[in-house]
Design a protein around this ligand. Structure first.
Ligand code: M6R
Length: 381
């Protein structure tokens, strides 16, 4: 007989209850400022990140990394897709991202000194675990689990680990797990940039922006009532398009997944520059078009993409930066968000999209916390 150690994980009793909230999903959306602060606790100094939290072996090997491969499923994969922009831009490392269910069944070509990152809220998703096990035979430098459950299979089997501290997530639709994954991934990008001697101003700007995130997210949560009003636009709609550019394209994909999952409205996300290559043909007054328009280097490009939609009578709902002038007009609704530093913007712009799907689901009268046909943790293939 083998004696296994018993590990105990403590969570506050209130994390299992809805409290003042109507649904777990709404509660978890509102828990994001605290979840982000918990995830960052003890990970950064004044102007640098503390790479020691990854453990001695990881800390010493970070500088050897030349490539990153990311595998995950669903929402966790969207976090990886955002991170690709950050890692290539800020750390200068080639990064590829793939859904775990595809990755596990193909022959991958692994360049020297590549880190495999597996992202999962639960750490028990069958495809992500199988992808990690497969990757371990493929000659990676190491594997890293980014996960919300400390004692999960993924965390136990990966070489290195970076834990998100979102607390238990009960609603099937992932919310606070996603934003804390993004926080962990931006922290990791900063750590990579730091060991690769990239611009110190960029590193300290990331650290400051991460520190300020909980307050920013809190501010955006105050838009709840306006977003509730917008949700009625979707009452009789069967389809929607979501647009974004750069790292906000995967945020549009995440917005779409949330909307489909809990409101059962069919939606598609497009990188806005792709519109005229086909999907523009779908646009008419019955097609709400949601777009994410932060003040970034791609804003002018996005604006001209939105004009194309407006000219076809599409109903535009745009989440935009309060400091930016956008053309107002019939069928165009703007919701203004505070100005944010470019790197953390995908995290901040996620929040109104979560609230939008939540309120649309209420309008549709669906079972928000337990959408039909879905399970919280997909432990079978
Ligand atoms: O636990 P994981 O992060 O590995 O789960 C992956 C997906 O099943 C999960 O993100 C799913 O897409 C969510 N229900 C989306 O809200």
């Amino acid at each position: 007989m083998v004696d296994y150690p018993v590990l105990r994980y403590e969570h506050a009793a209130h994390s299992q209850e809805k409290g003042e909230y109507r649904h777990f999903m709404l509660k978890e959306i509102h828990e994001q400022p605290a979840a982000i602060a918990n995830t960052l606790e003890g990970t950064q100094g004044e102007d640098h990140v503390l790479t020691a939290i990854l453990g001695l072996e990881a800390e010493t090997r970070l500088k050897d990394l030349q490539n990153i491969h990311i595998v995950a499923c669903g929402t966790s994969c969207h976090a990886g897709l955002v991170a690709r922009y950050w890692i290539e831009d800020q750390a200068g490392l080639p990064c590829q991202v793939e859904v775990a269910s595809e990755y596990r069944y193909r022959q991958v070509a692994v360049p020297a000194n590549t880190l495999l990152i597996a992202i999962s809220q639960s750490g028990e998703t069958a495809d992500t675990l199988a992808a990690l096990r497969y990757a371990k035979q493929q000659g990676y430098l190491a594997s890293l689990a980014i996960c919300n459950v400390a004692g999960s299979s993924l965390v136990r089997e990966a070489d290195w680990r970076l834990l998100t501290k979102a607390g238990p997530e009960i609603g099937v639709a992932s919310t606070k797990a996603f934003t804390t994954q993004l926080v962990a991934l931006l922290w990791l990008t900063t750590a990579l940039a730091q060991v690769k001697d990239r611009a110190p101003e960029m590193i300290s700007a990331n650290v400051r922006a991460l520190k300020g995130l909980p307050r920013l997210v809190e501010k955006v949560l105050h838009l709840d009532q306006h977003i509730e009003e917008l949700a009625t636009t979707f009452a009789n709609k069967h389809h929607a398009l979501f647009l974004g550019r750069g790292p906000h394209y995967p945020i549009a994909m995440e917005g779409v997944l949330k909307l489909k999952e809990i409101s059962y409205i069919h939606a598609e996300a497009y990188a806005a520059g792709e519109l005229k290559h086909g999907p523009l043909a779908l646009v008419d007054e019955n097609m709400p078009v949601v777009s994410v328009a932060p003040s970034d280097s791609l804003l002018e490009k996005l604006k001209s993409n939105l004009q194309e939609v407006g000219a076809r009578g599409g109903q535009l709902i745009t989440f935009a930066c309060e400091r930016v002038d956008m053309d107002e007009g019939e069928g165009i609704t703007y919701l203004k968000l505070p100005w944010v530093y470019e790197a953390v913007s995908p995290i901040v712009y996620t929040v109104p999209l979560q609230l939008l799907s939540y309120h649309v689901a209420l309008v549709k009268g669906t079972d928000v916390d337990k959408p039909r046909n879905l399970a919280k943790s997909v432990t079978v293939e």
